[in-house]
Write a protein that binds this ligand. Structure first.
Ligand SMILES: [Fe+2]
Ligand SMILES: [Fe+2]
Length: 474
């Protein structure tokens, strides 16, 4: 169970390590400063119907209640230790899982943890203004739930830094509060986390696409031979599932509402659809293209010696490593990656060990495809002849083998000029953003009411009715 009587709730017996406890209690006010500074705007007095973990068991999310967000009990929760756990891949395969950081992997592991940790506060910063344009109280509560949990994910990584990386770790923990999403001088580490999340369609797309990258990265780290990292990530994954649910159902509800309005009014032309105050399907497709392509970049280069080293050294595994039926060393295996040669995209086989980023990206794409087909079903059910499609993997990429090439939605390699001509057929333009934002000029917060551009969800949170007061504004 989680100990909530301490200043920092935890299930790691924090009280027994006074030095560590003091260091974290020193970081805590800096964290609160960050939250007040760039956490959800103007929200500090709201009472929000939030879930708080009361145990780390999968069904431990029993507790729901009103919480002022600055009083949310951020803490340190790891999945319980399995004494028999081993390193399950790489050259250390079969050794007991490490309870301390192996000296030779110290700086690599620190980098991995910092990179993951940096994404967590970044997304809170990206989303901080969205409360002012929420489509309902239900959605407002959901974004706040995501925000407090991303804050907790930062705590999760900071605990590891403080506990296992000494002075360097403490400095990194401070830097995690100093970088800012989109800042010219001190930006967040990864590209997608410096993009703006300017509206709710972007927010849902972000939680569907980019939080899911988070899931796959956490899954790979949950296989780590460094046991505290694995156990931390396992618990974070239970929180992540809800974020992706919010994204998937959010987009789905927007599509549903658009289809309803199209049917009722017998309109199909995007400008007629827009005139009725809902988001036309081609605009939704363009947002999808954007968020998908920038998220694909987060997996890194298709061929990567870093990824190979992480694996060989037992630091970062594959998605569902222990369920894969092979040698878990990858000394012989090959894996296909794409490359642009002479204006054509060709596949070639490379050592699987070097293609682990690409493999994780492919695992991710498979899950994305099934989500898109669930969105498609909403359109099909309405009898509207529109197909949502996933762009080609090479479309709009800035990292890896496709970087510097101009690949169309269907995988044709174009000249820069030809690509630019079609850019705003494929990606949201300033006008698209302006239109979407024009629908979201104020917030809808009367209990049970929803903005015109989105359908209500199928059910409320924790079996509460849709007209439940999910947020009290005071
Ligand atoms: Fe997270
Ligand atoms: Fe998340």
């Amino acid at each position: 169970m989680i100990n909530y009587t301490e200043k920092i709730p935890n299930n790691v017996d924090l009280g027994r390590d006074r030095v560590l406890q003091r260091a974290l209690e020193h970081w805590q006010p800096a964290y609160m400063g960050w939250w007040y500074d760039v956490g959800p705007n103007e929200s500090h007095n709201y009472e929000v119907y939030l879930r708080t973990a009361i145990s780390v068991e999968p069904d431990g999310w029993a507790q729901f209640g009103y919480v002022k967000m600055p009083e949310y009990r951020w803490g340190i929760f790891l999945q319980p230790r399995d004494e028999k756990r081993e390193v399950n891949f790489g050259t250390h395969k079969g050794q007991a899982a490490w309870q301390e950081v192996p000296g030779e992997y110290r700086s690599t592991l620190r980098r991995v943890i910092v990179t993951q940790g940096d994404t967590e506060p970044a997304s809170v910063e990206q989303q901080r203004m969205l409360g002012a344009s929420c489509p309902s109280m239900y959605d407002l509560r959901n974004i706040f739930q995501v925000n407090v949990e991303e804050g907790r994910h930062l705590w999760a990584m900071v605990y590891l830094l403080h506990r296992y990386f000494g002075r360097d770790g403490r400095e990194e923990a401070e830097s995690l509060l100093a970088r800012r999403s989109g800042d010219a001088d001190n930006p967040r580490i990864l590209g997608a986390f410096n993009e703006a999340t300017p509206d709710w369609l972007a927010f849902y797309m972000f939680t569907f696409f980019t939080d899911r990258d988070g899931k796959f990265q956490l899954c790979a780290l949950a296989e780590s031979g460094f046991d505290p990292l694995a156990r931390t990530c396992r618990f974070m994954l239970t929180e992540e599932a809800h974020h992706m649910f919010i994204g998937e159902t959010g987009v789905s509800r927007i599509i549903q509402r658009t289809c309803e309005v199209m049917k009722e009014n017998k309109v199909e032309d995007p400008s007629d659809v827009r005139a009725l105050g809902v988001i036309d399907l081609p605009t939704i497709q363009r947002y999808l293209n954007f968020h998908y392509s920038v998220t694909l970049d987060l997996y890194g280069s298709d061929v990567s010696s870093n990824a190979a080293n992480y694996y060989t050294n037992g630091l970062k595994g594959r998605f569902e490593e222990t369920k894969i039926n092979d040698d878990h060393v990858l000394s012989e295996a090959l894996y296909p990656v794409s490359e642009v040669i002479g204006g054509k995209i060709v596949q070639k086989q490379v050592p699987a060990l070097t293609a682990l980023n690409e493999r994780l990206r492919d695992d991710y794409i498979r899950e994305i495809e099934s989500g898109i087909s669930r969105w498609q079903r909403v359109i099909d059910k309405a009898g509207i002849p529109f197909r949502l499609t996933l762009p080609h993997k090479g479309f709009h990429r800035a990292i890896g083998n496709f970087a510097g090439h101009f690949v169309s939605l269907d995988g044709e390699v174009l000249s820069e000029e030809a690509w630019k001509k079609q850019e705003y057929k494929w990606l949201p333009s300033l006008q698209d953003h302006a239109f979407v934002q024009s629908l979201m000029s104020g917030r809808v917060v009367e209990p049970g009411k929803f903005a015109n551009w989105i359908a209500p969800p199928a059910r409320g949170i924790n079996n509460q009715p849709l007209n439940f007061e999910y947020v009290r504004f005071n």
